[in-house]
Design a protein around this ligand. Structure first.
Ligand SMILES: [Zn+2]
Ligand SMILES: [Zn+2]
Length: 199
C-alpha cells in the first residue's frame, strides 16, 4: 500500500480521501490518521519536490477552512467518496474560532458590573463593584464538550479549581490573570490575587 509520489504535474493542489494506510499523521492535532478515515491533503512544494500535508478533515476545518473550501470547489475527491456537507465543516470552523476567543480571554479578573451575579462555587451573591474571577468550566452541548466561563469569588477560586468539570488549571493561573485582566485597576487585581490563597 505504497503512497507513491506521482510526477509533479499530476498532483492536484488538494486531495480529499479515505486514508490509504494508517501511516500518515495529522498536521493539525499531530495524531495518527487511521486507515479509511477522511483526510485532506494540502500540496506543498518543497525543495525536494512536492507532497501533501495531511489533516483529519475535521482538523483541517478547525485550522484552515479556506483550504477546505478550495478543496470542495475543486471537488478534490474521487467518485464514490462520501464527504460531509461543506456547511457542517464551516460550522466546526466557526465554533472553533468562538472557543478560541473564550480560551484566550479567561481566566481573568473583572469587577462585577451589578449585584446580580452569584458565585458558581458558593452560590452567594457577588456584590456590585467587587472583583470576581472568571474561570472556564467544561459544559456539554449534545455530545460535544466546550468550555464556558463561570464567575467566582476570589476566595472561592481554589475550591472551584478542584471541581471535576473545571477547565482552568491552578499552575500558571496567577500569571494568566495578570496577563488577561486588562481593564481593571491593578491594585484591585492584586488584592483579588492575594485572596486566592494557596492554589
Ligand atoms: Zn487531526
Ligand atoms: Zn463564592
Amino acid at each position: 500500500m505504497a503512497e507513491e509520489p506521482a510526477p509533479i504535474e499530476q498532483l492536484p493542489p488538494y486531495r480529499l480521501e479515505g486514508a490509504r494506510s494508517a501511516r500518515s499523521s495529522c498536521k493539525g492535532c499531530r495524531k495518527k490518521i487511521d486507515k479509511g478515515v477522511l483526510r485532506l491533503g494540502v500540496l506543498i512544494e518543497g525543495p525536494f519536490g512536492s507532497g501533501y500535508l495531511w489533516f483529519h478533515l475535521k482538523c483541517a476545518a478547525k485550522r484552515r477552512i479556506e483550504d477546505v473550501e478550495a478543496a470542495y470547489v475543486e471537488r478534490a475527491w474521487d467518485e464514490g467518496v462520501e464527504v460531509p456537507e461543506l456547511e457542517s465543516l464551516r460550522k466546526i470552523a466557526a465554533e472553533n474560532a468562538e472557543e478560541k476567543k473564550t480560551r484566550k480571554l479567561a481566566p481573568y479578573v473583572e469587577v462585577a458590573p451589578s449585584g446580580r451575579s452569584k458565585c458558581k462555587h458558593c452560590s452567594e451573591t457577588i456584590e456590585q463593584g467587587a472583583p470576581r474571577v472568571v474561570l472556564l468550566r467544561a459544559v456539554e452541548f449534545g455530545n460535544q464538550v466546550r468550555n464556558g466561563p463561570i464567575a467566582v469569588h476570589p476566595a472561592c477560586v481554589a475550591a472551584a479549581l478542584e471541581a471535576p468539570d473545571s477547565a482552568t488549571e491552578a499552575p500558571g493561573l496567577v500569571a494568566a490573570l495578570r496577563e488577561n485582566s486588562t481593564d481593571i485597576d491593578p491594585k484591585v487585581l492584586e488584592r483579588a490575587i492575594s485572596e486566592l490563597g494557596s492554589l
